[in-house]
Design a protein around this ligand. Structure first.
Ligand code: C2E
Ligand code: CA
Ligand code: CA
Length: 775
C-alpha cells in the first residue's frame, strides 16, 4: 500500500473548515511523506487500483493530490512530463519541489481555494516550465474529492498539453499586434523589434535580426535585433551586400535563403565568426525580405545556439515573419515618399512651407532653453513676374529652379532654404547670426547669387531680390510671428528700393528712420552727383534709322552699388524730391543730346520721362525754357514721356500744360500705353505726338493672339489720331516682324539696343552715319 496507507488527519479533513492557506514550505517535508488521503474501509483501496489502471490509459497527465497539495497518485504521462523514472517518485511531493516557487505557490492557492469552496476548476489555461526550461501550456481541470462522509480530502486533476495551440494563438495575437502597429504608423524599428521578440518567443534557443537595404543599395543597415550581443550588432550594421558576406550579405545578394549550419566551419564566416561564436551562436540562416514584386528590402536572420538548420516549422515561421517585415518596410518606404512629397516643393525639390514651419517649430523647441539665435530671411525675387510674362510660365519655372539651386548653393550647410510659394523663398540661418553685422556677409552672398546673370534660350537675365530678416528670439518667439516679421521687413526692403535687405525693427520710429535714410541718401546723391543717365536708342522701322533715344536715370549708390529707377523713383516721388531729380535729368539729357556732334543735323529726338508730380508741379515750363535756352537744343528734339495715370489725374490742367508745350515745339509721348485706364475717347483731347505700346503687349505677341489684337488696335488708333506709334521692349526678331506687319512706326528694345552710356550711344550714331542705318 506504501504511501497510500498513511492514516488520514481526519480532524482537519473532517472539519471541512478552510485550511487557512498554509504555506507550501510548511507542507514540504522531506521525510516520509504524510498524506491525509485515506480512503477508509477498503472500498477506496479498490477504487484507487481501478483509478490507477484507468489513468494509465489516459494520455494526458492525471493525478490525485491530498488536502495539502501532495501528490498521492500520478500516471505515466505525468511522469513523462517531469521526466521522472517512475511515477512514484512524484508521490508525496508538492509542487514546490517540482516547479519554480512562484508557479508552485500559485497552484497551491488555487487548489486550496477550490477545495475550500468545493468547486471544480475546469479547462483552466496555465503554464509550467519543463525540466529543459521550455515553457509548456496546459489546460487543467481540477476537481475536489470527498470521502464517504462527504468531507473534502483532496483533489483529482488532469492537464492537457496545449502548448502548440497556445503558441499559435500567441503568434496570431502577436502578429496582429504587429500589423496594428504598422497600420498605426509606429516607427519601423519598434515594429520590427516586436516581430523579432515574437519569433524568438515562439522558437526558443534562437536570436533574430532584421537588416534593411540602405538607400545606396549596396549596404545593409541594422534595423532590429532585440537579443543579439552588441559585438554582433556592430558587425552586421553596414554589412556590404555580396556573395560571401556572412549570411545576410549573401542572402540579400542572391535574393534567396542562405543556411549556415555550423558558423565555425563556414568559409563565408571564416575570419569573422568570433562575435557570433563568443555569444554562443553556432548556426545562422538568413532569408531575404522581399516586396510582392520580388524587390529585396533586407534580410531576416535566425541565429541558433546549436549547430543546426531550421526545421520545417521554423522555416515556415521565418517565411511568415519575413512577409510581415516586408509589409512594414514597404509601408515605411511609401510613407517616406509621401512625407517627401508632402514636405518638398515638386518644382525645385526644396523643402516647402509645411516642412519649413515644422522645422522652425523644432528649432524653436530645441533653442528655447539655450535661447540660441537664428535668423529667418524672407527672399522675394524682384521683377520675376516680368520673366514669367515675357518668357512664359514653363521658362519661368526653369528660371525659378536655377534660382532655387543658386540659393541652396549660397548658404552654409547648417542653413535651410525653403520655397515659400511663387517667387518667394525663406532661408533659416543657424549659428553665427548674433547681430546684423555678422549676418550681412551671408545676405550679400545670397543677393549676389540671385543677381548672377542667367543665360537662358540665348538670352541673358538678371533677377534681383529683396530680403527681409527677422531674428529669433528678439523679433519673435514662434513660427508665425517670425515669418510675418521677416515678410514685413521684406516689404520694407522693397519699398526702400529693390535689390536690398532690411532687418525687422519693431518700432515705427525705426521704420521712419529708414525712410529718412533713403531721403537723406537721395539728397546726398543729388548733391554729390551720384546719378547718371543711360540712353536707349529708338529706330524707325521703315528706314532703319535711329530717330530717338530715351534717357533712363541710374544711381551709383555708394553702399548699394548701381540702382535702377525701380529702386528709387517711387521714394523720390513720395518725398517730393522727384522734381529736383527730374530737373537734373532734363538738363543732363538735353546737354548730352547737344554734345553729339554727328547727330546735330539728324532728327534724333531726346525722350525724357517725366513723372506726374513733376508734370503738374509749378515750374516745369520755365525749367524747360531755361534748359532749352542754356543748351541750345531745338525744342522739336525734346520729347517728354508721360504715363496714362498723369493724364487722368487732372485732365484740364494736363491739356493746358501740354498745349503750352506743343506751342513751344516740344513733343509729347504717352508711355506704357494700354496699361492704364484712360478712356479712349478722351485721348483725342490731348495734344499727343506719340503712343508707346507697353512692353507687356510686345512681349506676349509671339504667343498670344490677344496681345497681337490689342497691339494692332493701338497702332490703328494712334494713326487715326495722327500720332506716331512706337513699341517698347522689343526683344525678338519675331516681335519685330509682327510690328512691321502692323505698320508700327518705331521700335525700342534690347533687340535693337540696350540702354547705354552717352559715349557708347555717340559711337552708335557715328556707325550709323558710316554705314547708313540698320536693316
Ligand atoms: P519705361 O519708361 O517704360 O522705360 C523703359 C524700361 O524698359 C527701362 O527700364 C528699360 O531699361 C527697359 N527696357 C528697354 N528695353 C527693354 C527690353 O527689350 N526688354 C525689357 N524687359 N526691358 C526693356 P529702367 O531703366 O529700369 O526704367 C524703369 C522705369 O523707370 C522706366 O520705365 C520709367 O518709367 C522710369 N524712369 C526711368 N528714368 C526715369 C526718369 O528720369 N524720370 C522718371 N520720372 N522716371 C524714370
Ligand atoms: Ca519711358
Ligand atoms: Ca514704358
Amino acid at each position: 500500500m506504501g504511501r497510500w496507507s498513511v492514516p488520514p488527519d481526519r480532524s482537519e479533513a473532517g472539519s471541512g473548515s478552510e485550511p487557512g492557506h498554509p504555506s507550501v514550505e510548511a507542507s514540504n517535508a522531506s521525510s516520509p511523506p504524510k498524506t491525509d488521503f485515506a480512503p477508509g474501509a477498503g472500498s477506496w483501496a479498490a477504487h484507487r487500483i481501478w483509478f490507477q489502471q484507468i489513468a494509465e490509459y489516459i494520455s494526458d497527465p492525471v493525478f490525485l493530490k491530498d488536502r495539502h497539495g501532495r501528490f498521492v497518485m500520478a500516471n505515466e504521462a505525468l511522469k513523462r512530463h517531469f521526466s521522472e523514472q517512475d511515477a512514484t517518485d512524484i508521490i508525496g511531493r508538492t509542487d514546490l519541489e517540482l516547479h519554480p516557487a512562484d508557479i508552485a505557490q500559485q497552484f497551491f492557492r488555487e487548489e486550496q481555494s477550490l477545495m475550500a469552496s468545493d468547486q471544480a476548476m475546469v479547462g483552466h489555461d496555465e503554464f509550467v516550465y519543463l525540466p529543459g526550461g521550455e515553457k509548456q501550456w496546459l489546460s487543467t481541470t481540477k476537481v475536489p474529492l470527498r470521502d464517504e462522509n462527504g468531507a473534502v480530502i483532496g483533489l483529482f486533476g488532469i492537464a492537457r498539453d496545449i502548448t502548440q495551440r497556445k503558441k499559435s494563438e500567441l503568434l496570431r495575437e502577436g502578429q496582429s499586434k504587429v500589423l496594428e502597429m504598422i497600420a498605426a504608423g509606429m516607427p519601423l524599428a519598434d515594429v520590427l523589434s516586436e516581430l523579432l521578440v515574437l519569433i524568438e518567443e515562439q522558437l526558443g534557443g534562437i536570436q533574430a535580426s532584421i537588416l534593411v537595404l540602405d538607400k545606396d543599395g549596396e549596404h545593409l543597415k541594422l534595423a532590429a535585433a532585440p537579443s543579439l550581443p552588441i559585438a554582433l550588432r556592430n558587425q552586421l550594421d553596414g554589412l556590404k551586400v555580396g556573395p560571401q558576406n556572412l549570411c545576410c550579405g549573401a542572402a540579400a545578394f542572391r535574393g534567396e535563403t542562405v543556411c549556415v549550419a555550423d558558423i565555425a566551419q563556414d568559409p563565408f564566416w571564416e575570419a569573422q565568426c568570433e562575435p557570433a561564436l563568443d555569444a554562443g551562436l553556432m548556426a545562422c540562416t538568413s532569408m531575404p525580405i522581399k516586396s510582392l514584386k520580388g524587390q529585396v528590402f533586407g534580410t531576416l536572420a535566425l541565429y541558433f545556439d546549436q549547430i543546426s538548420v531550421p526545421s520545417e516549422i521554423q522555416a515556415s515561421l521565418m517565411g511568415e515573419t519575413a512577409r510581415i517585415a516586408a509589409i512594414a518596410i514597404e509601408r515605411e518606404l511609401a510613407q517616406e515618399k509621401i512625407r517627401f512629397l508632402a514636405e518638398n516643393d515638386t518644382l525645385t525639390g526644396l523643402p516647402n512651407r509645411s516642412q519649413l514651419e515644422r522645422r522652425m517649430a523644432e528649432l524653436i523647441r530645441s533653442n528655447t532653453a539655450t535661447k540660441e539665435k537664428f535668423a529667418v530671411v524672407f527672399v522675394d525675387l524682384d521683377r520675376f513676374k516680368a520673366v514669367n510674362d515675357s518668357l512664359g510660365h514653363s521658362a519661368g519655372d526653369r528660371v525659378l529652379k536655377i534660382m532655387a539651386d543658386g540659393l541652396a548653393d549660397s548658404v552654409r550647410a547648417e542653413d535651410m532654404v525653403a520655397r515659400f510659394g511663387g517667387d518667394e523663398f525663406v532661408i533659416v540661418m543657424k549659428g553665427g547670426v548674433d547681430d546684423p553685422a555678422s549676418i550681412r556677409p551671408l545676405l550679400d552672398r545670397v543677393q549676389a547669387e540671385v543677381a548672377r546673370p542667367v543665360v537662358f534660350d540665348s538670352q541673358t537675365f538678371e533677377v534681383f531680390s529683396s530680403l527681409g530678416i527677422a531674428r529669433y528670439p528678439e523679433d519673435g518667439n514662434d513660427v508665425e510671428t517670425l515669418l510675418k516679421h521677416a515678410d514685413d521687413a521684406m516689404y520694407e526692403a522693397k519699398s526702400f528700393g529693390r535689390n536690398c535687405y532690411r532687418f525687422y525693427s519693431a518700432t515705427l520710429a525705426e521704420q521712419d528712420a529708414l525712410k529718412l535714410n533713403l531721403l537723406q541718401d537721395l539728397r546726398t546723391g543729388l548733391r554729390d552727383g551720384q546719378f547718371f543717365l543711360e540712353y536707349q536708342p529708338q529706330f524707325d522701322l521703315k528706314s532703319g534709322q535711329m530717330n530717338g533715344v530715351e534717357a533712363l536715370v541710374r544711381w551709383d549708390h555708394p553702399l548699394k552699388g548701381r540702382l535702377l529707377p525701380g529702386n528709387f523713383i517711387a521714394a523720390a516721388e513720395d518725398s517730393g524730391l522727384i522734381s529736383e531729380l527730374g530737373n537734373w535729368v532734363l538738363q543732363e539729357a538735353c546737354r548730352q543730346r547737344c554734345s553729339w556732334d554727328k547727330a546735330a543735323s539728324d532728327p534724333v529726338v531726346m525722350s525724357v520721362n517725366v513723372s506726374a508730380q513733376q508734370f503738374f508741379g509749378s515750374g516745369l515750363i520755365d525749367k524747360i525754357k531755361e534748359v532749352l535756352g542754356t543748351t541750345g537744343l531745338p525744342p522739336e528734339l525734346l520729347e517728354l514721356e508721360l504715363t496714362e495715370s498723369s493724364l487722368i489725374k487732372d485732365p484740364d490742367q494736363c491739356i493746358e500744360t501740354m498745349t503750352r508745350l506743343r506751342d513751344m515745339g516740344v513733343q509729347i509721348a504717352l508711355d506704357d500705353f494700354g496699361t492704364g485706364y484712360s478712356s479712349l475717347s478722351a485721348l483725342c483731347a490731348f495734344p499727343l505726338n506719340k503712343l508707346k505700346i507697353d512692353r507687356a503687349f510686345v512681349q506676349n505677341m509671339d504667343r498670344g493672339s490677344r496681345e497681337l489684337v490689342i497691339a494692332r488696335a493701338i497702332v490703328s488708333l494712334g494713326h487715326e489720331l495722327g500720332m506716331r506709334v512706337i513699341a517698347e521692349g522689343v526683344e525678338t526678331e519675331s516681335q519685330m516682324g509682327h510690328l512691321k506687319a502692323l505698320d508700327c512706326n518705331d521700335v525700342q528694345g534690347f533687340l535693337t539696343g540696350r540702354p547705354m552710356s552717352g559715349p557708347k550711344l555717340e559711337a552708335l550714331l557715328e556707325e550709323q552715319h558710316r554705314i547708313g542705318g540698320f536693316h
